[in-house]
Design a protein around this ligand. Structure first.
Ligand code: GLA
Length: 750
């Protein structure tokens, strides 16, 4: 936290914010500018970027009060100053009827607070008032302080010039002489324009059934999205979107959306208060929180990102995708495309050894795979999931000469090498646990609940942090490893940290995740070429916090290509396909026994980062030929699929018989379409596929990746033709798929 003093307010300070560096892929994006202004007379702060304006003011009580969040306003528009709202009878006083940017719990506040604490003398009243502000680069920092005690809060607002996405967070500082206990600490409260008619979208799921899109009308009361699990969780994902009206239109409609960058327990509360004002408060989960903030100490909250568009749910996710690619991901602003990988898990499970992996690697290389990843089973005494986690030495029976011969072989085949690790876990049957039984998260003397016969190491402990960082650094230093699949296969139980005093125990909820991020950051700095995937039994740890340190995520252990359509669909509302891995595995699928063609499986996976996870030892010559052909086709479209603009043309949810996605390259020179038929019934024809996002005046050539047209179409036609006339794909039967590209042959992109 900055120790700024109260300063006289400048007349009208205008701070131009320089353009964020953009990737070559976004060269087409017009030079964007953001501005942050403060009008000293009206006491209004205003942030403008891309299509968004955001404003708040200092009201007559000296609170920070939200004023506007929505479509960009004219620079000349003067926002009326903030003014406190009146009491609503003696039951809802002005302190609760007046919305605040970041409300302390005190003075008759009944709506969701951003910060709640207890002082050692029993006082639990906190009223935060404006003190000062300053701008640094593209960020505005506003300092607040309790009306009496030295509890300070620095609110940070950072706006992305290219997308208008605003990152909000807070640093809470205790300048009193004694420790205080924080019971609730959010990153921000977002206040929507006053309106009765809003629809909420959010993502729910479970292991092997992640990111299912939910929608419901917002009514008075609160909808709580959360994880109490110590990590992000499969159950809810920290993302929301709110659309004005009944919503759901991909192309039009006012949409406000947000995502919390935190991989520990989190909570987002979507609340419509008694005066029908909708607010969204998100940050650390207050459940069992009780964070002791020592005298002089600070706590930084995660960042809660928020954005707005008037172009519907489709544009909301395109904005988020672009933001993730250009500012969140570790390789931002120009992430390398995801290579085509092979992963051994479904083929060999833990029965890995050198000859078996070499045999798979040779076959993988023959179809165009670029990265060979050996999954679980290579270390310690790992034969089943009952042993080995924690002992990160190469198993000498399976790899008598270490990993080098396999890695050399993989390199000789023209691929790089990746390895599975699960650094935060330990099996009781391991040397590590026998030596350090106190290193796991537990309560003294209480049973230690096991999940998959494993326990969670307490990463908040400095010695555990050092051990985990040490073995990973050694592994990467001693072997030529290009990629780590970083797994995390259970959630917490008995969340105790007995080694510290009772007062500090609950800091586990924060320090664990801080140390996880710290380890990832240090590893990346020491081994800059290494890429990392976040996996947690599939998509149990996917959020904007972990995506800052990992290049990709594994969205689900469910590799059934039909189930994947709805998992991938939900995923794309919040996250870029450029970080979404999708493997082609065997049929019938291990999870649900569904039988599908290799073409269907390939096309389902080609909508993200393509991987092959099948047992290649069982493949026939025609399978190799099909995979080789489609992997080659994928390589010619992957830049567009991973880094382009995604249009969800037909949604797979709600019992739909079809689903269609389209990706358009940033310069609009290429579009890629994948179309799926789940099941024909009653001889209904497949709906005409009308494209989006093309250059209407340019000429595009149609090429089929798989399948063909049901009705004759010209070999090439204008963007207007493909967007308005469209294409009829010949699809009937069950679990059928088609794919095609449109390539600009004349026009601006040429
Ligand atoms: C988790 C992952 C799988 C696989 C196994 C290995 O379930 O999600 O992909 O790596 O662990 O044990």
């Amino acid at each position: 936290m900055r120790t700024q003093k109260l300063r006289a307010l400048a007349a009208v300070a205008v701070f131009a914010v320089s353009l964020f560096a953009t990737s070559a892929a976004y060269a087409a994006v017009e030079a964007a500018k953001a501005s942050i202004t403060f009008d000293a007379q009206s006491k209004v702060f205003r942030l403008d970027a891309a299509g968004v304006s955001y404003a708040f003011g200092i009201n007559d009580r000296n609170e920070l009060q939200p004023l506007y969040w929505g479509a960009r306003l004219a620079a000349s528009d003067a926002l009326p100053p903030a003014h406190t709202f009146p009491d609503h009878a003696s039951f809802d006083l002005t302190q609760t009827t007046t919305p605040q940017e970041f409300a302390g719990w005190g003075a008759g506040l009944y709506v969701e607070p951003a910060l709640k604490l207890t002082f050692p003398d029993g006082n639990r009243d906190l009223v935060l008032h404006y003190v000062s502000h300053q701008t640094t680069g593209n960020a505005l920092i506003v300092s607040m302080k309790d009306v009496q005690r030295d509890i300070l809060v620095a609110l940070k607002y950072e706006i992305d010039p290219a997308t208008g996405i605003l990152g909000r967070s807070a640093v809470i500082e205790n300048r009193t002489k004694d420790a205080v206990v924080l019971e609730q600490a959010a990153a921000a409260t977002w206040t929507l324009p006053s309106d009765k008619n809003y629809t909420l979208f959010y993502l729910t799921g479970r292991w092997a059934g992640e990111t299912q899109l939910q929608r419901e009308a917002i009514h008075e009361g609160a909808r709580v999205l959360e994880s109490r699990r110590g990590s992000t969780g499969h159950q809810n994902n920290p993302w929301f979107a709110i659309e004005r009206g009944v919503g759901g239109d991909e192309d039009s409609g006012d949409v406000w959306f947000g995502a919390l960058a935190w991989s520990g327990s989190w909570r987002i509360t979507v609340e419509e208060d008694q005066l029908e004002r909708v607010k969204v408060t998100g940050g650390f989960n207050p459940f069992d929180f009780g964070y002791t903030l020592a005298a002089g100490a600070q706590l930084a909250t995660p960042v809660f990102y928020g954005g707005y568009t008037h172009e519907g749910m489709g544009e909301a996710s395109r904005i988020l995708h672009r933001f993730e690619l250009t500012t969140i991901l570790p390789q931002a602003p120009a992430p390398k495309p995801r290579p085509v990988i092979y992963n051994s898990w479904e083929a060999t499970e833990m029965n890995v050894d050198e000859p078996g992996q070499v045999a798979l690697a040779e076959k993988a290389a023959s179809i165009g795979v670029e990265r060979f990843v050996m999954d679980d089973g290579w270390f310690g005494q790992r034969k089943t999931d009952h042993a080995g986690l924690g002992d990160w030495y190469v198993n000498p029976d399976k790899f008598p000469h270490g990993l080098k011969p396999l890695i050399d072989k993989v390199h000789g085949l023209g691929m790089d090498f990746g390895l599975w690790v699960e650094p935060e876990m330990v099996n009781p049957d391991s040397d590590l646990y026998r030596k350090h039984p106190d290193w796991v998260i537990h309560f003294t003397g209480r049973p230690r609940t096991e999940g998959r016969t494993q326990m969670v190491l307490n990463l908040a402990r400095p010695d555990v942090r050092e051990y985990v960082l040490g073995f990973l650094d050694k592994l990467l230093s001693e072997n030529q490893i290009a990629f780590l699949k970083w797994d995390y296969n259970r959630n917490w139980s008995e969340p105790g940290w007995p080694a510290v005093g009772n007062a500090e125990q609950k800091q586990l909820y924060v320090k664990y995740t801080q140390n996880l991020y710290g380890i990832l950051a240090e590893l990346r700095a020491k081994h800059p070429g290494v890429e990392i995937e976040s996996c947690s039994g599939g998509g149990g740890r996917v959020d904007l916090g972990i995506l800052h340190y990992t290049d990709e995520v594994w969205p689900s252990d469910n590799t059934d290509p039909f189930d994947r359509l709805s998992i991938q669909n939900g995923y794309t509302y919040a996250y870029t396909p450029g970080a979404m891995m999708a493997w082609v595995t065997d049929s019938p699928n291990w999870a649900n026994r569904r039988t599908t063609s290799l073409e269907y499986r390939m096309l389902s996976s080609m909508q993200g980062g393509l991987g092959i996870g099948a047992n290649l030892n069982k493949w026939q010559a025609e399978d190799f030929a099909t995979a080789k052909r489609l992997i080659a086709a994928y390589k010619s479209v992957r830049e567009t699929v991973q880094h382009g603009s995604l249009y969800r043309l037909i949604s797979p949810v709600g019992g739909s018989e079809q689903s269609v996605t389209e990706s358009v390259s940033p310069d609009k020179s290429q579009a890629v379409v994948f179309a799926f038929l789940h099941s024909s019934s009653l001889l209904y024809p497949y709906p005409t596929i009308r494209l989006r996002g093309l250059d209407a005046a340019a000429e595009y050539r149609l090429d089929w990746i798989e399948g063909k047209a049901a009705q004759p179409v010209p070999a090439s036609a204008s963007g207007a033709f493909w967007m308005s006339h469209g294409v009829d794909a010949l699809l009937f039967g069950d679990f059928q798929a088609a794919g095609f590209t449109l390539t600009q042959v004349s026009g601006k992109g040429k």
